[in-house]
Design a protein. Structure first.
Length: 373
């Protein structure tokens, strides 16, 4: 299994490098031609910048696993931001070519560099907007009805946080802000539905103090997401044990008449299915299932689960990936889905993966008020 993981990871890195280097080279040639930089010092500067950042994110990701300091963090963040910027720059270059071709077709005389400058400015502006959007955290309030809800849970407030992605981009100050927002809601229970960590490693001792600030009389529950499988989880598990978190590892706990079901994210190559776990659920009691990725949801519904809380999708995070995410996860890509007495909510998440950029959506803490159906 370990050999297969290394093989797949190596192939992924190789293909990504080919794509990034090739894409940067094409953009480099495009800008040199568009702005006639053949005899300009800017051509050399452009070559150096594009050369470094064409491998920057992959290199920074590798270094981040071995070293966590100001230099490696700065390089990682800069490479991540560049990755988002260059994506929108590539789109702007394609749009400028199409627009310039249309101008020529209709006989409108216009400079290609002027057209590209307009679209390039839009790309930079959109990236800046996305950087703001990644940190424009909001509290999303919803009401959910649950059949046979015990009095101890009726009218209670529960908080879901998902996909915080603590690591080189989102660190202690970010997490402190998140926890402060959580505590302001005065929750009765808190559910952390995976990807609390980004998988790059680092010093996470700060989570102990922050998590223990939460006052939730019905408990704080946590499951792993896919990014926890990318790291040596034993390092953070020892920290989690020092907090008030109840880590659910394919486990079921009954809390004042409510079944809290925590589905562990499967190991690499294993099937993402709920059949075994939900078969242990008592259908006569209400239940809340924490399941990181919104797949195999029909199995949960047929098992009589009352509420499923998921994350993972980030709601696409960046344009135009929301359309891809919606194609993959269908109606469970984001938000609340109600089908009879079955409820499912997929959060857009708190943090980001890769570029710290969100466009077309915002990060969220989900504040759910439970009501008896």
């Amino acid at each position: 299994m370990k050999t297969r993981i290394i093989l797949y990871a190596s192939i992924f890195v190789l293909l990504t490098l080919i794509l990034l280097i090739g894409g940067h080279f094409i953009l480099y040639v495009f800008f040199v031609n568009t702005y006639n930089l053949y005899h300009s010092l800017l051509r050399v500067v452009l070559a150096i910048v594009f050369g470094i950042f064409s491998v920057g994110y992959i290199l920074a990701s590798i270094i981040a696993r071995w070293s966590d300091n100001l230099i490696t963090r700065t390089f990682y963040v800069a490479s991540a931001v560049w990755l988002g910027l260059i994506w929108y720059v590539a789109i702007s270059a394609a749009l400028s070519l199409i627009c310039f071709a249309l101008f020529n077709f209709f006989g409108v005389a216009v400079s290609q560099s002027l057209v590209e400058t307009f679209f390039l400015s839009c790309a930079i502006g959109y990236t800046v907007y996305g950087l703001w959007g990644a940190y424009a955290l909001r509290v999303k309030k919803i009401n959910i009805q649950i059949q046979n809800l015990p009095d101890a849970w009726n009218g209670k407030s529960v908080i879901q946080i998902s996909d915080v992605h603590l690591g080189h981009v989102h660190g202690d100050r970010f997490f402190s802000t998140v926890i402060s927002l959580v505590t302001q809601q005065s929750p009765d229970a808190v559910f952390i539905t995976g990807d609390l960590f980004d998988g790059m490693g680092g010093d996470f001792r700060y989570i102990v103090k922050d998590i223990n600030r939460i006052k939730a009389p019905l408990g704080v529950f946590y499951i792993k997401g896919n990014h926890e499988t990318y790291m040596d989880f034993s390092v953070v598990e020892s920290l989690i044990q020092k907090t008030k978190i109840l880590f659910l590892h394919d486990d079921i706990r009954v809390v004042q008449g409510m079944q809290i079901v925590g589905a562990d994210y499967p190991k690499f190559g294993a099937k993402r299915e709920l059949k075994y776990l939900v078969s242990r659920v008592d259908p006569t009691l209400p239940s809340i299932l924490l399941w990181h990725e919104p797949v195999d949801i029909e199995t949960a519904k047929q098992a009589g689960i009352s509420l499923v809380l998921s994350g993972h999708t980030h709601r696409g995070q960046m344009f135009p990936f929301e359309s891809i995410a919606r194609w993959v996860y269908k109606r469970y890509v984001y938000g609340l889905v109600v089908d009879g007495f079955f409820n499912h909510y997929t959060s857009s998440g708190v943090g980001t993966w890769g570029p710290p950029i969100r466009t077309g959506n915002r990060p969220e803490i989900v504040h759910i008020t439970l009501h008896a159906a």
